[in-house]
Design a protein around this ligand. Structure first.
Ligand code: ASP
Ligand code: MG
Length: 464
């Protein structure tokens, strides 16, 4: 009897049919295991909730809010009708959902009148996607004869700081969760993504935060494994949209998984597996549409494959930021000032490179932050120190990831030889000293081809 935490993403619970499918899957694994479920909102609902809030704040049209609320109600009622057979259970769930939606409607109307939207109210509004999904999923399980109860993240013991929009769980969460959920009675269905702060205000763990919820719960109740059910076949060697022969990776280490997530493979947010790492709990990424395949196991030890590279990823929405000037040579503190100025402006730096001539520092940042970043640097530096500040939007970052490349000579040579042969110009290079990852920047027009070439070079699709 293993104890499993299973998290289902929005695509897996998109509608009544999918919710029923989740029920079937859970029923199958419930025979030999103890299970806690964590659910996302129905697919797209979080986006819809936020879009409606922004519109309400800028335009303030109450009738539009009401129209949106009607659609939201219909969608959830349809899911209930499709997924739950027992009329009594369906009625109960419908009442719960209706109650939540009427709270939400009040908040929207408030926003219409106030014309303002704070990070705190955005957290409040966006929490409703999961609050609506969890009671439906619990109802589906009861309908299948499995005792189940819905919990909000905060009812399950998740407490965060009050940094609305981007909160972090507090340490005491780890003690509270077992008090709230253990001993398990039936299958608890916990809302992902949402929590409360110590004042009792609803908070969220940031977009995609349901994974973190699952990981926190798994770590706190000493789960044997945490399973993330996704629509893809586990963690892939590359994006199948770019590389059709991409395959699921059977086993990777936490470190490799983190490197992959940083570089655009939207598998698991690095923050999301931290609690699992802390307790050494194996994580598994499984495919909802292919439940019998083992998916990808993410474990503590680096699984050194004979192939040094596990995956090739592409990060498209980046830009290259450059500062240069002869005045920078030998001047102390230029890098520190640049990074501090960027940090103060809230700019996240993805990659850094400075050649030993010191006349130039290049950074890769998120594309949407490029103007803000340039402004921050211009305000920081005088022209005689930093002569030129420039950027290039039209670039992508490619990363090859694998623990096996640490200490293996010749990997970089293979990477760049493949680029040379494909006549792809490499604009900037960075390798962290972890040697788990070589990242470099190419022009956007070459990016997909670069990924395809590397995938082939390292035989990741199983080709020779
Ligand atoms: N529903 C939230 C989002 O769309 C959280 C999640 O799905 O993980 O970001
Ligand atoms: Mg770009």
């Amino acid at each position: 009897m293993a104890r499993l935490v299973m998290k289902f993403g929005g695509v897996s619970v998109a509608d009544g049919n999918r919710l029923r499918h989740v029920g079937d899957l859970v029923k199958q694994f419930n025979r030999d295991n103890e299970i806690v479920l964590v659910t996302s909102a129905l697919q797209g609902v979080t986006d819809d909730l936020l879009a409606c809030a922004r519109k309400a704040a800028t335009e303030g049209i109450v009738s539009e809010v009401i129209e949106f609320i009607e659609k939201l109600t219909d969608r959830h009622n349809q899911a209930i009708a499709d997924a739950i057979n027992d009329p009594q259970i369906a009625k109960e769930v419908q009442e719960t959902v209706a109650g939540k939606i009427s709270e939400l409607e009040k908040a929207y109307i408030g926003i219409c009148y106030l014309g303002e939207l704070t990070p705190r109210s955005l957290d409040y509004i966006s929490s409703y996607g999961e609050q609506l999904a969890a009671p439906i999923l619990a109802g589906v399980l009861r309908d299948m004869g499995i005792p189940s109860q819905a919990f909000t993240g905060s009812e399950a013991g998740i407490v965060t700081d009050s940094n609305y929009g981007d909160t972090r769980p507090l340490e005491k969460t780890y003690n509270l969760i077992p008090q709230r959920l253990l001993p398990l009675r039936g299958i608890p269905v916990v809302t992902g993504f949402i929590a409360k702060d110590e004042k009792g205000t609803i908070t969220t763990l940031g977009r995609g935060g349901s994974d973190l919820s699952a990981s926190l719960i798994g770590a706190a109740i000493d789960a044997d494994e945490i399973w993330f059910w996704k629509e893809t076949s586990g963690v892939m060697t590359s994006d199948p949209k770019i590389v059709p022969e991409a395959k699921s990776i059977p086993s990777i280490s936490y470190r490799e998984a983190m490197e992959l997530s940083y570089f655009g493979a939207k598998v698991l947010h690095p923050r999301a597996i931290e609690p699992a790492i802390r307790k050494g709990i194996p994580v598994r990424v499984k495919c909802t549409f292919d439940p019998d395949s083992p998916g990808t196991q993410i474990v503590h030890d680096d699984v050194q494959k004979k192939d040094v590279i596990k995956a090739v990823t592409l990060h498209k929405n980046v830009a290259l930021l450059n500062i240069s000037g002869a005045g920078m040579i030998g001047t102390l503190g230029v890098a520190a000032r640049a990074f501090t100025a960027l940090a103060r402006a809230g700019i996240n730096i993805v990659m850094i490179s400075q050649g030993s001539s010191e006349a130039n520092i290049s950074m890769v940042i998120e594309e949407r932050q490029v103007e803000k970043a340039e402004d921050a640097l211009r305000a920081e530096f005088s022209r005689d120190l930093v002569k030129e500040i420039s950027h290039d939007h039209d670039v992508c970052a490619v990363a090859v990831v694998g623990a096996g490349m640490a200490g293996t000579p010749g990997v970089a040579a293979r990477v760049f030889k493949a680029m040379g042969q494909a006549k792809i110009n490499v604009v900037m290079i960075s390798q962290g000293s972890s040697q788990h990852n070589i990242s470099f920047v190419v022009a956007s027009k070459d990016a997909e081809r670069a990924v395809q070439e590397l995938h082939r070079e390292f035989g990741l699709g199983g080709e020779a």
